[in-house]
Design a protein around this ligand. Structure first.
Ligand code: FES
Length: 146
């Protein structure tokens, strides 16, 4: 039984309009969230290919400091140097083989795992790709669309 709009209830047409508006709002919100959380950022690291095992170089990616290090087996690893506690920039200490944060004394090991201090999560590892003598590092970043 169809409800009559003149009785003060919600009619089929109004219900469809409301559902359409709600769907459009949900789609718009979904697109906004997707835009904020997507967007890989790729950067070629100058001098990266010239690194010898044990050497490292700092560079910038997506506005953040990062480090590329050549491992003893010749492979590469890269880290975002943003401390996972409150965002200070950590520094690589090659002699101690650890990353140290100057703000609250957070310490991470050579693979970015937390050793000491307030950080609860490891440093962000970045993807490294080598092609035709070039070293490309990729990071997922947030893109603010406002
Ligand atoms: S910001 Fe690095 S330990 Fe607090």
């Amino acid at each position: 039984m169809e409800r009559d709009e003149s009785e003060g209830g919600i009619g089929r047409r109004q219900l469809l309009i409301l559902l359409g508006a709600a769907t459009a709002g949900a789609v718009a919100l979904g697109l906004k969230l997707f835009q904020r959380s997507s967007g890989p950022w790729a950067e070629e690291v100058e001098r990266g290919a010239a690194l010898r095992p044990g050497e490292s170089v700092e560079f910038s990616i997506g506005g953040d400091d990062a480090l590329l290090r050549r491992e003893p087996d010749g492979s590469f690893v890269a880290f975002d140097l943003t401390c996972t506690h409150k965002g200070c920039t950590v520094r690589w200490n090659a002699g101690r083989e650890e990353f140290a944060c100057p703000c609250h004394k957070g310490i991470y090991n050579r693979t970015g795992e937390v050793l000491e201090g307030p950080p609860k999560t490891p440093l962000q590892r970045l993807a490294v790709d080598t092609r035709e003598g070039r070293v490309i590092v990729t990071k997922r970043i947030r893109i603010e669309t406002n």
